[in-house]
Ligand binder design. Sequence first.
Ligand code: AQP
Length: 340
Amino acid sequence: MSETKFTPRVFSGIQPSGGLTLGNYLGAIKRFVDMQNKGTFQTVYCMVDMHAITVWQDPARLRHNTRELAAGFIAAGLTPEKSILINQSQVPEHAQLAWIFNCVARMGWMGRMTQWKDKAGKDAEAASLGLFAYPALMAADILVYHATHVPVGEDQKQHLELTRDIAAKFNHDFGVDFFPMTEPVIEGAGMRVMSLRDGSKKMSKSDPSDASRINMTDDADAIAKKIRKAKTDPEPLPDTVAGLKDRPEARNLVNIYAALSDTTAEAVIAEHAGAQFGTFKPALADLAVARLAPISAEMSRLMADPAEIDRILARGAEQAREITAPILKKTYEIVGMVGA
Ligand code: AQP
């Protein structure tokens, strides 16, 4: 157990590997904003471009997606006055600490990561070394800030456990109490937003089917159409949440409704018990449009001035390095690197 008192600090990030989805919004960004506004934590939020390039990214698209992600963060309510907003590659200590962690983490640990298995697929030999080492970079992203809390969706739980394993092994190997045991913050109805076409798969920006997801840049018509066409079953909504068991698509729509309206699945069921999807889907579409349209409009406004976005990220990188440079220096000293 750690004896050291660490500053309450939140770190989290999103890959600029495509357009933002409703899953990223409900599982991550919306909660980033809540944690920022709580005022309990110093908050650092990151566009993890170095993670994105673990699979091929067209350079022009990567630039566009990084700026659009920053615009999404700001449009959703993250502000450079309250949070440090950065692009990962602009804060070199992330990559520097990742190398140390590559030497702490074990091959076996990485090989057990389900995201590695899913993304590498059957042809692991052809996957990049970066994709395999992804969780060590993620551990470095978090621990280079001594972050105490990380809000993430449920899909990232295993990577957070690995972050704690890396911190514990480093502390143990070097006989120090230097890195904190970071707590994942996984709570609320938006933790697991599933594909609109298959309730067993998470909604993902890289899913080949655009109909599987709601993009933050979709207009009202596209949102309504995707929800209308979302896969469901012929039964009406049940009287209790327990009645959603074995109905993954119905459960997903109820959870999305709950997360968008800041309530629980229980409250949504209490209000809509017995409703047919013919009525529930239009209500969900109206709610989604009401919540997402102002964010999407603000994103377009911000994207009209990319230089301002770049300035915000450059300022964020300077603020970030005030935290990361001393932590990296101390890490080098602990490891025994001369000149640190
Ligand atoms: N469907 C989801 N439900 C809840 N949370 C989600 N997140 C992503 N999808 C969902 C959360 O968003 C944060 C950032 O994720 P990411 O973009 O860095 O990576 P990812 O989880 O791999 O997201 P995608 O959309 O599936 O990207 P691709 O397709 O490029 O791999 C994380 O907190 C994640 O939990």
